[in-house]
Design a binder for this molecule. Structure first.
Ligand code: ADP
Ligand code: ZN
Length: 516
């Protein structure tokens, strides 16, 4: 029997396994269940393709991406591996032919869409009982979990696999799972004592930038003009947004196309193909675009609107730089987007799900607002340690000066204190700035703190409040209208003269001005 490494070299032409591939392969060959969490582009496919060539029988690969099955299978065939796929886009005749090959034991790998398992009253599952199956690979495994960001009901049928085929190892693979989702995948698929392999999520060749969402279009045009040879993806929240952006780009002479779930599947396939073949330079898309896209030379991924959570952000930015060359991820951030997405989250799903979505949204906005290495934040989100100072995110590349905010913080906190912790930030700021607004009562005007903050503008105070909240010097209530509350730290600042210092950007690193 050939070793995994020999198979890798002989069939795939690679010298070495990378990340956790070797461990995954070993475990599957030992017929044990395996859970693989690996970033997009990490090389998940080989984790089941190599075992499929070593074990007897046919590997059944469940993949939701019909468009990609063909590419995967073609690539395997080019390498001399007998592989095929079955999905609803094929004629009955073609499907039967493939099923015959399966029955005759002629296939090393068979790719199927998840709905195949549930369709025709489980006819396919019955057929599987009659063939020798080497392993089940569940690709994009987060689709089985409600906690993931892309739940697909068809995946639920997969929870019967283990019962029906207790002897067959299952390998679940995903690029996208936090701890709750990870546990849920293992539970939903009934994995028995699985080996859990988590590869580093650090994509060293991607630089991360967050920029204020202002003059977005001009910024993008400037960027594209400064990087004339680079191709990339711009994500927008709405279908209409993608069309407008793409049309605008075209009017400015940029070769671009838009992609969203509202265009016909024929058109989508064409748009995607043109992008993959470098005929389209810029793809403006909703999140419908890109799952599993293997275009190696995506040099930038921009988010014109805020993603809903870190998983999506990470997965979408992860489409940049799959060839290992320097690439950039640029997020245009505004708090208005957070408010918009909050509204969506509140009406989507049940109460528990809404709450989780809100929590994830908060983590996303924290990422954009925090004064911290972006890479460190991402790594810690996925449960990895990182020392910061990555030297390749806007925070690490910017120049800072120390900002002693003690006196202004004291003014702000004492205003909150004087107003008995009953108001939200807008009123507090109006009060501090000595506004003549009708909301400021005569009583409020009579207080000594009224107007003591009129040396700074509204933005300044908003920013200070945000920094105090983020750094635990201030709290807010979780009511419909958030009310600012003092906490122990606030009291130390207010009554014990505790110093409050932040870092203030002296010179902001921007994606558009970073030299290649
Ligand atoms: P994923 O499914 O994790 O996004 P793929 O399995 O599509 O990633 O692999 C991404 C790319 O990396 C592919 O082009 C693949 O051929 C390549 N690759 C995978 N493993 C290796 C390896 N051990 N050595 C070199 N290239 C690899
Ligand atoms: Zn950094």
């Amino acid at each position: 029997m050939k070793s995994p490494l020999e198979i890798l070299q002989q069939y795939f032409g690679y010298d070495n396994f990378r990340l956790e591939q070797a461990n995954a392969v070993e475990n599957v060959i030992a017929k044990k269940d395996t859970f693989v969490l690996m970033p997009t582009g990490g090389g998940k496919s080989l984790c089941y393709q190599v075992p499929a060539l070593i074990l007897d029988g046919t590997a059944i690969v469940i993949s939701p991406l019909i468009a990609l099955m063909k590419d995967q299978v073609d690539a395997l065939r080019v390498n001399g591996i007998s592989a095929s796929y079955i999905n609803s886009s094929m004629s009955v005749y073609e499907q039967n032919e493939t099923l015959n090959q399966l029955k005759n034991g002629q296939l090393k790998l068979l790719y199927v869409a998840p709905e195949k398992l549930s369709s025709d009253n489980g006819a396919f599952l019955k057929l599987l009982n009659e063939v020798n199956i080497s392993l089940f690979a569940v690709d994009e495994a987060h689709c089985v979990s409600h906690w993931g960001h892309d739940f697909r009901p068809d995946y639920l049928f997969l929870n019967g696999l283990k019962k029906q085929f207790p002897e067959v190892p299952i390998i679940a693979l995903t690029a996208s799972a936090d701890e709750i989702t990870r546990k849920d995948i293992i539970k939903q698929l009934n994995l028995q004592n699985p080996l859990v392999l988590i590869s580093s999520f650090d994509r060293a060749n991607i630089k991360y930038f967050v920029q204020p969402k202002q003059s977005v279009f001009q910024n993008i045009i400037q960027y594209l003009n400064e990087h004339p040879n680079d191709s990339g993806i711009i994500y927008c929240l709405s279908r209409k947004g993608t069309e407008e952006m793409s049309n605008n780009l075209r009017e400015n002479g940029i070769n671009s196309a838009f992609y969203h779930a509202g265009i016909s599947s024929l058109e989508r396939a064409k748009v995607q193909e043109d992008f993959l073949k470098d005929k389209t330079r810029v793809m403006v898309a909703t999140i419908a675009f890109g799952m599993g896209i293997d275009k190696s030379n995506v040099r930038f991924v921009m988010h014109a609107d805020l993603p809903k959570n870190i998983e999506s952000y990470y997965q979408e930015t992860g489409r940049a730089g799959r060839d290992g060359l320097q690439s950039e991820a640029i997020l245009f951030y505004s708090f208005a987007d957070v408010i918009k997405l909050r509204r969506f989250a509140m009406i989507e799903g049940n109460e528990e799900q809404s709450e989780l979505m809100l929590k994830k949204l908060k983590q996303m906005s924290d990422f954009a607002e925090m004064q911290k290495c972006r890479r460190q934040y991402l790594m810690e989100y996925f449960g990895e340690k990182h020392d910061g100072n990555c030297n390749s995110c806007d925070f690490c590349l910017s120049e800072f000066e120390t900002w002693d905010a003690t006196t202004d913080s004291q003014k702000l906190l004492s205003a909150i204190f004087r107003l008995k912790e009953r108001y939200g930030k807008n009123l507090i700021i109006d009060f501090l700035r000595g506004s003549k607004s009708v909301k400021i009562t005569d009583f409020m005007r009579s207080l000594p703190t009224y107007g003591i903050g009129n040396n700074q503008d509204k933005n300044y105070w908003q920013n200070l409040i945000r920094q105090l909240l983020l750094n635990g010097f201030l709290s807010e209530s979780n009511e419909e209208f958030s009310v600012l509350k003092l906490n122990e730290e606030s009291k130390l600042v207010l009554f014990k003269d505790k110093k409050v210092t932040f870092r203030k950007v002296k010179e902001q690193a921007k994606a558009v001005i970073v030299a290649e």
